[in-house]
Ligand binder design. Sequence first.
Ligand code: GDP
Length: 284
Amino acid sequence: MATIQWFPGHMAKAIRQLEENLHVVDIVFELVDARIPQASRNPEIERLIKDKPHLMIMTKNDLADDQQTTSWIKAFKAQGLPAIAVDSKANITTKAITKITQSILADKLSAELQKGLKERPVRAITVGIPNVGKSTLLNRLVNKRAAQVGDRPGVTKGQQWLRSSSKLQLLDTPGILWPKFDDEETGQALALTGAIKDQRFASDDVALYALKFFRQYYPTALTQRYKLQESDFDLSDVDLLLKLTKLFGMKDDYERASDRLILDIRKGKLGRYTLNRTTGDQDD
Ligand code: GDP
């Protein structure tokens, strides 16, 4: 899905559509990138969702730091938000999401059965910022067969329910929210993971942010990948970037070197990482 430029009109329309769709679902699947659980959250979401049951799904868990993911799941739970981390490419994901969804809605579903209502699938919508993995997860959940179960009253015209199993159906149109990056670090974290491809963030600034971050939290990944010496960590971030530029054989083209470093990190060549740290975190 292409990155979207957020103009006020787009936002208003996206919000309106999401609010309409919320009426017809039992639960909202809010997707965040497990590497940036904070930066990839839209701050308006809680207000929009109100009292709807709500599951946090941390996508791209295969790229994130396991220890941090565990802490984030705990942190979300402490805020009353059930959370699960997934790799949307893995088969097991559908089962895991179905199971946690059933447990979140257990009281509601059993109350319906007691009233004599027929057992029915739970209906969900996925929401999240562009590139967080909404389409990929949807395809996983409906197993690419994308069996449409037809229009239902109340659903915005042209939208369909997709069948995941007898227990779960999903709205085919995800809710799209915009990332909020009014502080520099959030913007850089979004840019480094590829969540935004925005000219506002110069690649050398993002690379300097990345170097500062990796030397603090994942120093071994950095030294091993680029065969650096311990003593290179005495250099300033700028000098370290210049050193890498030389090591890449790019003379003094630090912008090209920045792009290379960013791409390596995005592709996971420096290993798994989480940029937004939970509080109480110790340096590794
Ligand atoms: P959307 O804009 O929210 O619909 O995001 P997409 O589903 O198009 O995914 C954006 C990018 O993230 C694509 O390149 C996907 O292959 C990738 N992606 C999505 N989910 C995962 C995941 O769980 N793990 C990994 N490694 N990549 C993922």
